[in-house]
Each structure stands twice: as C-alpha cells, then as structure tokens.
Ligand binder design. Sequence first.
Ligand code: HEC
Ligand code: HEC
Length: 224
Amino acid sequence: MSVRKARWISRVARRAAYLLLAALVGCSSDRALSPEQRAEAEVLFESCLICHSTQEMQRGPIIDGLPVWYTRLQLQKFRSGVRGQNALNKSEQLMGAARDKFETDAEIELLARYIAERPVQPYDPVVRGDAVRGEILYTSCIPCHGARGEGNETLKSPPLNLQEDWYLLDQLRKFASGKRGYHSDDFEGIQMAYALAHIDAEGLKDLVAYMQGFQDKREQDADR
Ligand code: HEC
Ligand code: HEC
C-alpha cells in the first residue's frame, strides 16, 4: 500500500471515530431550540437585525447559518474586547457597540443556537478576481478551512461557504493589515493573520473569486 493511501485511510478512520464519539457524547448545543427558547432568542435577535439583514445600505454581514461554536467564540471575543475595540476597525467597533445585548453566557448561547438555525441566504457575487489563481492560493487554507470551505470546529476555523463574498474580502484585508487578529489574546485571529503573510492584495481577491464557488458546493453537499 502506498504511503498516501495509508495516510488517507488513517484520516478517514480518525474522522469516523470522531463522528462516532460526537454522536455518543451528544452535544447539548446542537439540540433544536424549544419554542420558548426560540421566542426569547427572537427578541434578542431583533436588535441585531438593524445591521445583520439586507435592509440597510450600511450594514454588517449576513450571519444566518454560522455554526454555534463559531458564533459563540466571536461573541465572547466581542464581549471581552478581544475583537471589536480596535479604533482602526470601524465596522468591528459598530459590532462592539452591540455588546450590551449579550452580556451573559446564556444570552450568547441562545443567540448562537438561534443564528445556526436560521437558513443560509444565497448571495450574488460582487467581487472580481482570478479564480484559477485563487484555487492555487487556497491550497494553503485547506488544512484549516477544508477543501470545500466547510470549516473545522476542532481547529476553530469557520466555514467559508456561507458568508457573502464582499465580507470575506473585507475580513481578509483586515487580517492582512492587522485590523483583525492583532490582540495578544486572540489566538485564532493571530493564526489566521499569519496564514496570509505570503499573499498580496490581488491574491486576496483571487482567493475570494475562488471561494464564491463554495456556496454551490455547500448546497450540493446538503442535497446528498
Ligand atoms: C450597529 C450594527 C451592528 C449590530 C447592532 C450588531 N452587529 Fe454584529 N456585526 C456588525 C458588523 C459591522 C460586523 C462585522 C465586523 C467586522 O468587520 O469584523 C459584525 C459581525 C458580527 C459577527 C461576526 C461574524 C463573523 O463571520 O465573524 C457576529 C457573530 C455578529 N456580528 C453577531 C451579532 C449579534 C448576535 C448581534 C445582536 C445581539 C449583532 N451582531 C448586532 C454590526 C452589528
Ligand atoms: C492555521 C489555520 C488557518 C489557516 C491556514 C487559514 N485560516 Fe482562516 N481562519 C482560521 C481561524 C482559526 C479563523 C477564526 C479567527 C477568529 O476567531 O477570529 C479564521 C478566519 C477566517 C476568515 C474570517 C471568516 C469570518 O466569518 O469572519 C476568513 C475569510 C478566512 N479565515 C479565510 C482564510 C483563507 C482564504 C486562508 C488561506 C489563505 C485561511 N483562512 C487560512 C484559521 C486558519
């Protein structure tokens, strides 16, 4: 047997063992919200819709369908100021100003679970770049974000298959320029910023042009 094949088999076996373990342990945060919890979450989320819906021109990203663990982590960062307090990052500061809506862990949990239950919204691409070059550049992202942008909870790397393309580009630019992932306690953000060290401004657009295809791949995977 070739080394590559052996490695592949061990990877698949590890993944199967992990899934089995996750199914046996059962993650409480993955249970569906009860009608009472959903009603409570809707009230909390009302205040988020001012920025996280398509109604306003000056708006934040659409976050519907982000996984529970990622939203939880980001809201914790916004709450503690590890994200959202950088004076150079105006849009993050906007989000930082919403902190009083999720002061308790219970509120964060409820919001994260509610956001994960909201259906992902398809978007029309607006970013232009060279997707062929982007695919080559994306090879370096696969270990953390997955070949189809599906994300990796263990590595705290979010999926990249549901955010709008302009937001992906915006965040890449922020990581690359030290506006996100700069705080000494932002372990994940620092790792991410480091991953862009070898990529220039055109490369960021090319990456996003390639990542636009992830939303179709996500739909195909969901249909299987
Ligand atoms: C005043 C506008 C505003 C309000 C209100 C607001 N947000 Fe945000 N939010 C933003 C902006 C802008 C960003 C993008 C920040 C950036 O550029 O990094 C953001 C980012 C986020 C992110 C990170 C998304 C990612 O992919 O990393 C999450 C999660 C989030 N908001 C959740 C919420 C929740 C939950 C609420 C309500 C309790 C809320 N926001 C209220 C403007 C807002
Ligand atoms: C070492 C692992 C690692 C590598 C390699 C990596 N990332 Fe990340 N990435 C992360 C982590 C962890 C986060 C979450 C950071 C945080 O918590 O703020 C992230 C966040 C992001 C985000 C922000 C998503 C959002 O919703 O705000 C984008 C976009 C992104 N990565 C794209 C890429 C691209 C493109 C590459 C390849 C050039 C790449 N990443 C390489 C680990 C990685």
